[in-house]
Design a protein around this ligand. Structure first.
Ligand code: NAG
Ligand code: NAG
Length: 459
């Protein structure tokens, strides 16, 4: 092959490559544009649905008009439609903006939210004219985050410029400031001596071997509500358990930000009026350590939401004064909670020191044996327990599907073989185990050949 021809081939390749890139960019751009448009629409209509008295921005007009001038959407009408310009950087004041969880916005829009139901901690997205189209700047002095696993125990102070929590929770060993860093000794309100010891004692209460909460892979998914800086979740990772930690952006500002900076799965959320964004039967264990949730409110609606999220035989570990304190008020709450969970067919698996662990039934049998008219009722048969986005919670018990009733439990394989074995609940959606295996075989074989099959364990 001569040199000239080789150059020609390369040129052709380069041109093809550039064309492909241009086409992809075009598609991405138009796709983004249209999805942005539809979000705008949804956001506005959901706000209207909330029955909000939305003021359209004439409130606080001086500061806002300045905002809008600075943060105008970085797009211009060019000859062939919209042409992207560069995006401006937001004002430093917005360095912690979370668009749908912005308390200033809620205040300015005068949404009529029920504070006692925690609605102000739920998502309320801004109408189009209130959206910022600018890049969020990092806080001053921001450093490249410390890597996992060291980040479990220390993060840069500059990256989360809030020392309120460190001061407030100093005595409880949540976290302390040390030079340029914040140190997490692994304590919590109810596990002053460290999350590791606390987790081992929970496993011990349940008679799990070697005090390992993982219980041979049978506990893999955990939901930690009111999680603080998520040390509980952080210390579960070494037992091969993943915990989703949830807390609102409340007086303990940015507890979730600390969790994420540490590298622990977490999100801002609240048990308020809407279902948490998980299908039914997602977690093997729920945990609340002094999470300050009133579980008795509204006919137990919040406890019933946890119940929806727990798998058959799932646990709820609860460490709170009601579980041990002997004063009149705590005793009253304990009695009422005990009565409620009994009607929900939960049983005490273990109770020790400051902690009680309840277990949810494996089947519908106990629900069916309740006296007619027992509260809380079973959910309506047309309720979809897996519909979650924007779905209101209801104070009812989610019964198990026919499949669960038949297999008398979730039938899930322990972790890690669960990763590749078909989840029995597929039959709820009309998919057979056979289909799952064929599909897995086809896809993995096509993409990765024999090596793919080795990964999935299919022979
Ligand atoms: C309960 O207390 C005993 C003795 O004080 C301790 O060994 C154990 O770990 C504690 N259990 C829990 C669940 O905290
Ligand atoms: C754990 O073992 C003790 C002693 O054998 C027993 O009394 C208790 O019921 C067991 N607890 C659980 C949750 O299995």
């Amino acid at each position: 092959m001569t040199r000239g021809r080789a150059d020609g081939v390369q040129k052709k390749r380069l041109i093809t490559f550039l064309c492909v890139v241009a086409i992809i960019l075009g598609i991405v751009y138009f796709y983004d544009g249209s999805s942005f448009g539809s979000q705008v629409h949804n956001g506005a209509s959901s706000l209207r649905k909330l029955g909000s008295s939305y003021l359209g921005g004439d409130d606080n007009s001086d500061s806002d008009s300045k905002d809008e001038a600075t943060f105008k959407f970085g797009l211009e009408d060019g000859e062939d439609g919209m042409v992207p310009r560069s995006y401006p950087v937001c004002d430093d004041r917005h360095s912690e903006l979370i668009p749908c969880l912005d308390r200033n916005l809620i205040y300015q829009l005068r949404l009529k939210l029920d504070l006692s139901l925690m609605e102000h901690y739920e998502r309320h997205c801004p109408p189009p004219e209130r959206r910022f189209n600018c890049l969020i700047p990092p806080p001053t002095g921001y450093k490249v985050p410390i890597k996992w696993p060291r980040s479990r125990d220390e993060v840069w102070k500059a990256n989360i410029p809030h020392n309120f929590l460190a001061k407030e929770k100093q005595d409880q060993n949540w976290m302390t400031e040390k030079g340029e860093k914040i140190i997490f000794p692994g304590g919590g309100t109810h596990f002053h001596y460290g999350a590791g010891k606390y987790i081992a004692s929970l496993a011990n209460m349940l008679n799990f071997s070697n005090d390992n909460l993982n219980n041979g892979g049978r506990i893999r998914t955990v939901l930690d509500v009111g999680c603080g800086v998520a040390s509980f979740g952080a210390y579960l990772l070494s037992s091969d358990i993943i915990a989703m930690s949830v807390a609102p952006n409340d007086v303990h500002q940015n507890q979730i930000q600390f969790a994420l900076e540490r590298g622990i799965p977490a999100y801002l959320g609240v048990l308020g009026t809407k279902r948490l964004p998980y299908p039914s039967r997602s977690f093997e264990l729920a945990h609340c350590s002094r999470c300050r949730i009133d579980w008795l409110q509204r006919d137990g609606i919040l406890l019933l939401e946890l119940d929806r999220l727990l798998r058959p035989g799932g646990y709820f570990a609860y460490s709170s004064p009601e579980a041990y304190a002997q004063d009149e008020e705590d005793l009253r709450i304990w009695r009422e909670m005990s009565a409620l969970v009994e009607r929900m067919c939960w049983k005490i698996a273990a109770k020790q020191n400051q902690t009680v662990i309840w277990v949810k039934p494996m089947t519908n049998d106990c629900y069916m044996e309740r006296e007619p008219g027992t509260q809380p009722p079973l959910c309506r048969s047309d309720d979809d327990p897996d519909a979650v986005y924007g779905v209101k919670m209801e104070a009812c018990i989610t019964p198990y599907s026919d499949q669960t009733q038949r297999t008398r439990g979730s039938g899930l394989a322990p972790w890690p073989s669960r990763l590749t074995s078909p989840p029995p609940r597929l039959t709820d959606f009309g998919h057979s185990i056979d289909m799952f295996e064929k599909d897995t075989f086809r896809i993995w074989y096509r993409r990765y050949g024999k090596e793919g099959l080795r990964i999935t364990g299919i022979s």
